[in-house]
Design a protein around this ligand. Structure first.
Ligand code: UT7
Length: 331
């Protein structure tokens, strides 16, 4: 049975840098608070009119260049995003059109911060079963247009940023390369602990003036609850994928945790007793880009740490749903 290898990763972030100091002009906050509580120094925001499909296309084209593939080499698209351009159809179809791939299937994944790893599990199953040999897996988010940037929404607004990461996945028969294990989890009892209530199909009409006034159209988060679950679930799922493949934490060359908060990533590192050189973070420059955070961080981490063929890499995510997931692969 073939395994799933990453042929290349492409990334894209909008040009506009929004610093913590910039946010102090919109809401009551401070560089000191944001840096101490989250580690974030700046994030990227799109200009008006730019959606997640735009970011995804740019990241995909970079990945195609890096892999030496043409768009026509892509046999299936998996698009993870909580911030698609429109209510429906999902951005997978918009990306399919932009890449000029009529007939190529496009699957949309709605698993927030875990979206990239949920998408990876599907793409991996397709590749291992021989359904498709070359799959585009993209995570892309535009948060900035949906944030409450007044003081009311500051706990959420300072965290999130826009960006995209695209991985080209291919079947390999190389025994020293590819995805070894993926594990997915969810606990819907916490669905309302991090969510955007409206617009939604339970409301008639779906878009109501009172929801705009009350702030129900903005994301809401029980921050401390999310934090406490994240620092338990992420180490747990890393141990789970390591155990599934018969490895221990000492074997890891690199852990790329979902970039939710630098303090969460540091707690995960401590819990797994990993050295600094075994973990890579870049939330300082991008904030939390949900489904885009793992490919964005993996691409930079692979370069910064000089990942080599065969190196053992773990990926871990936790977020809204609650959902969480882990993956283990040989680079
Ligand atoms: O990707 C997965 C999704 N998200 C996460 O994983 C995020 C998980 N949670 C967190 O990262 C943290 O809970 C936050 C960074 C969101 C908040 O940090 P915290 O240490 O849990 O702060 P808190 O919510 O307990 O708030 C502490 C204080 C409050 O003031 P009082 O009540 O103590 O007077 C907040 O009103 O900080 C205040 N506060 C702020 N102050 C300045 C909240 N947001 C801000 C802000 N600037 N942006």
């Amino acid at each position: 049975m073939p395994r799933t290898a990453i042929a290349a990763i492409g990334t894209f972030v909008p040009e506009r840098v929004v610093t913590n100091a910039d946010l102090t002009r919109l809401m009551e906050t401070s560089d000191e608070w944001i840096t101490q509580r989250t580690g974030i120094q700046e994030r990227r925001w799109v200009e008006p009119g730019v959606g997640a499909a735009d970011l995804a296309e740019a990241a995909t084209r970079q990945a195609l260049d890096r892999a030496g593939w043409r768009p026509g080499d892509i046999e299936a698209i998996v698009f993870a995003s909580l911030s698609p351009d429109h209510m429906f159809p999902g951005d997978g179809c918009f990306l399919n059109a932009r890449l000029g791939l009529p007939g190529v299937p496009a699957l949309d994944v709605r698993n927030q911060c875990s979206g990239f790893l949920y998408g990876l599990s599907v793409a991996d199953a397709w590749i291992r079963t021989g359904t498709y040999r070359r799959v585009l897996l993209v995570g892309a988010e535009v948060h900035s247009t949906g944030l409450d940037v007044s003081t009311r929404g500051r706990d959420v607004a300072v965290i999130f940023g826009d960006g995209a990461g695209a991985a080209l996945l291919e079947a390999t028969d190389d025994p020293d390369r590819g995805v070894l294990a993926v594990r997915l989890h969810a606990d819907g009892r916490h669905a309302r602990d991090l969510w955007t209530d409206a617009p939604g199909s339970v409301y008639s009409p779906r878009s109501r003036v009172e929801d705009i006034a009350s702030g129900a159209t903005y994301p809401h988060m029980e921050g401390q609850k999310v934090f406490k679950h994240a620092i338990v679930r992420m180490p747990e799922v890393v141990r789970e994928v390591l155990a599934a493949a018969g490895h221990g934490t000492a074997d890891l060359k690199l852990l790329v945790p979902h970039q939710a908060n630098l303090r969460i990533a540091e707690a995960v590192q401590r819990s797994l007793e990993l050295r600094d050189d075994q973990v890579f973070n870049n939330i300082q420059r991008y904030g939390n880009t949900t489904a885009a955070s793992i490919p964005l961080c993996l691409a930079e981490g692979a370069e910064a740490r000089g990942l080599r063929r065969g190196d053992l890499v773990a990926l871990a995510a936790f977020g809204a749903g609650f959902t969480w997931a882990g993956a283990l692969l040989r680079w």
